[in-house]
Design a protein. Structure first.
Length: 254
């Protein structure tokens, strides 16, 4: 029987440090001299093996984004932003190209409702040996209202969100890195944390690679709607056009 679930090792999970809510917890990513399992380093950016591989039948890595524990993606300089996203996409796609995994996922958690445990800015790249995330992905979930586009990249507010309500999609061709892609990603995160109509302190970024395109889906995180939890029914709000115009006004009409 084909496996459809990720299996979580609880004996490892209980050992993981938690520094998002527990401010007294020492940050494991700040003591860089003690980091082990390094895979690649680009200045303050480090890719290393996950010390707590809680997912079974998977190869787990952590991408430490910066040496500043209190930094956040929406405030990175353009130079660091491009350096980071280019680095992350490169290693994600290279892991795909090895064909050692059925699929490779690349994502970021930020904030207390994101599902993450470490406050220090980081992402994860995970090779899944027996699961293909693309089986649950479709181009439809990246369609919507185009807020801005240029240099082969587009920023879109989803009209058919995967989980429901508000999801921002950024896309570019996989043939070459486009700086506009990362800048759109940063704008989406900045809007969520600073201008969102509901107070938001958490978000996720999920990268997808489908049919020659790289996508990033940026999702503000709140308590998940029970209609999605219980029935898998996404809800679409009636103010998407307003929100798209707000982003245009704040970030593109200057």
């Amino acid at each position: 029987m084909e496996n459809k679930h990720l299996h979580f090792n609880t004996s490892i999970g209980v050992k993981k440090p938690e520094s998002i809510r527990n401010k007294a917890q020492a940050c494991p990513f700040c003591d860089r001299d003690q980091l082990t399992g390094l895979i690649a380093v680009d200045g303050p950016i480090i890719l290393l093996k996950n010390k707590y591989p809680v997912l079974e039948n998977a190869y787990q890595t952590v991408l430490i984004e910066t040496d500043d524990c209190h930094a956040e993606l929406s405030t990175y300089s353009k130079e660091h932003l491009h350096r980071l996203i280019r680095f992350g996409i490169k290693h994600w796609l290279e892991m795909e190209e090895t064909r050692e995994y059925r699929s490779v996922i690349f994502f970021k958690n930020h904030g207390p409702l994101s599902g993450g445990t470490i406050a220090h800015p980081h992402m994860q790249i995970i090779g899944l040996h027996d699961l293909d995330y693309k089986e649950k992905a479709s181009h439809e979930m990246f369609q919507g209202i185009v807020i801005d586009e240029g240099e082969g990249s587009r920023l879109i507010l989803s009209t058919k969100p995967r989980v429901g309500f508000y999801e921002f999609n950024i896309e570019m061709p996989d043939s070459s890195y486009q700086e506009r892609f990362s800048e759109y990603l940063q704008i989406a995160v900045h809007y969520i944390l600073n201008h969102f109509p509901f107070k938001a302190s958490s978000y996720n970024v999920f990268f997808h690679h489908l049919d020659g395109k790289v996508y990033a889906k940026v999702v503000p995180r709140f308590v998940t709607t029970p209609l999605y939890i219980g029935y898998g029914l996404p809800q679409v709000p009636n103010n998407l056009e307003w929100m798209a115009e707000e982003l245009k006004r704040i970030y593109f009409c200057k």
